[in-house]
Design a binder for this molecule. Structure first.
Ligand SMILES: Cc1cc2nc3c(=O)[nH]c(=O)nc-3n(C[C@H](O)[C@H](O)[C@H](O)COP(=O)(O)OP(=O)(O)OC[C@H]3O[C@@H](n4cnc5c(N)ncnc54)[C@H](O)[C@@H]3O)c2cc1C
Length: 385
């Protein structure tokens, strides 16, 4: 098995982007991914301006923009009337919009690009099953085609998601909890008059969000009182109709699921020669759509740190790489707080009128710009060493 200086465990959206960032910095790497197929289904949708800026650095922004859908406005709605509008058009150009693209398509495009620029860097259908850190290298066991290959590499980056094997192998605590909030989500044929606008409804029974999708579809996210084990398109349609009197046609649903939400953060993002990025390092509430984008920011910064350290010494000085944790961990906490606020705003309330008045006055005040910044992941400190 041909293994390079850095092994990235996991070829999800963050692992793939991590590979592209290392390639950009001229650092040889190998991605080990256990799946052979990209997971379809309803997960991330929003690509934020801050990520598009990073994509532009890698020369891939246009590919994504061509495939996705630009959302320039979002409305807050009580269910009966529009409370206010956030306009992203006044945000810094050229990425003054949120790009909507299904996570499966995002992963497909990232993988396509990776295979174009570094074809021998991606090994799929291969699972990392043990990790042993030594002073000068990391030994990994990789299961592939019924055999276990024992390999050595300089550094390992765990991009292996929230149940990270890498994190667990290092015994790093993952601190956090499940929120009580639960949702059902489904993609349906467009049935609203909102065109390319996103809408957040705040009825007293709890949040409903809907986002435009390519191919004349719209994604609906509906807050539920408890986790629904067997969600159905009919249930989503029924809740939408009862809460906000809108109609969606269950027969047009292409994918649907239930999800609960959590926030978790790893105690350490780096232990000697092993680092964590993406959901392996932190999980934030998906309401607000920031988890994958945060993982990309991790990857960008980590590649910069590695490149800087390689400039000093071919063997990356571990002490200097520690800056990755000292900077990225506070950012992850900040994003988690923002996502939490976003989610809490959608909870059911005994005082819906008060909430509507609050949201309406915010959106009609100069704070509207601050809210646009908040929703587009602006105002996070980007850093350099
Ligand atoms: C309903 C929902 C909506 C969301 N919406 C958004 C959104 O709009 N915007 C946003 O930014 N985020 C959103 N998120 C969050 C986003 O989906 C995650 O943050 C993102 O998938 C994390 O990417 P990752 O690459 O870190 O981990 P993952 O996507 O979990 O990928 C990890 C990869 O590692 C592989 N792997 C695991 N273990 C091993 C092993 N031992 N060996 C080899 N390979 C391994 C897995 O097969 C997988 O491919 C949403 C999440 C949900 C649930």
């Amino acid at each position: 098995m041909n293994i390079k200086d850095v092994v990235i465990v996991g070829g999800g959206p963050v692992g793939l982007f991590m590979g592209l960032c290392l390639h950009h910095r001229g650092i040889p790497f190998t991605i080990i991914e256990k799946r052979t197929e990209i997971i379809s289904g309803s997960r991330s949708l929003g690509i934020h301006p801050v990520s598009l800026e990073l994509f532009a650095e890698l020369g891939i922004a246009e590919t994504f923009i061509d495939a996705g859908l630009k959302v320039e406005r979002g409305h807050a709605h009580s269910g009966e009337k529009i409370l206010g509008t956030i306009d992203f058009k006044d945000c810094p150009k050229p990425f003054n919009f949120i790009l909507l693209l299904a996570q499966s398509e995002t992963e497909r495009l990232l993988k396509e690009r990776l295979l174009e620029v570094a074809p021998d860097s991606y090994i799929e259908n291969a699972e990392v099953s043990s990790l042993d850190q030594q002073d000068d290298f990391v030994r990994l066991d990789i299961k592939k085609d019924g055999k276990t290959h024992s390999v050595e590499t300089g550094y390992v980056i765990g991009c292996d998601g929230k149940n990270s094997f890498v994190r667990e192998a290092l015994g790093i605590r993952f601190k956090g909890e499940n929120y009580p909030d639960t949702y059902i989500i489904g993609d349906f044929e467009e049935s609203t008059e909102f065109g390319k606008d996103a809408v957040v409804y705040l009825p007293k029974e709890g949040l409903i969000e809907c986002f435009p999708l390519p191919n004349n579809m719209r994604r609906w996210v509906v807050k539920t009182d408890s986790y629904i084990n067997e969600p159905s398109p009919e249930l989503i349609a029924d809740l939408v109709s009862k809460r906000i009197a809108a109609s969606v046609d269950p027969s047009t649903c292409t994918t649907h699921s239930s999800f609960g939400v959590q926030h978790f953060i790893a105690d350490r993002f780096i232990v000697d020669r092993v680092l964590l990025a993406g959901d392996a390092a932190h999980v934030v509430s998906p309401i607000g759509g920031q988890g994958m984008n945060l993982g990309w920011i991790d990857a960008w910064h980590l590649a910069n740190v590695m490149s800087f350290c390689r400039g000093i010494s071919k063997d990356l000085p571990i002490a200097d790489m520690f800056v990755y944790e000292t900077k990225q961990k506070p950012m992850a906490k900040k994003v988690a707080k923002r996502a939490e606020l976003n989610m809490k705003l959608g909870r059911s309330t005994a005082f819906p009128t008060l909430k509507h008045q609050f949201v309406s006055s915010m959106l009609k005040s100069p704070l509207q710009n601050k809210m646009a910044e908040f929703f587009t992941m602006r105002g996070l400190e980007t850093w350099w060493i």
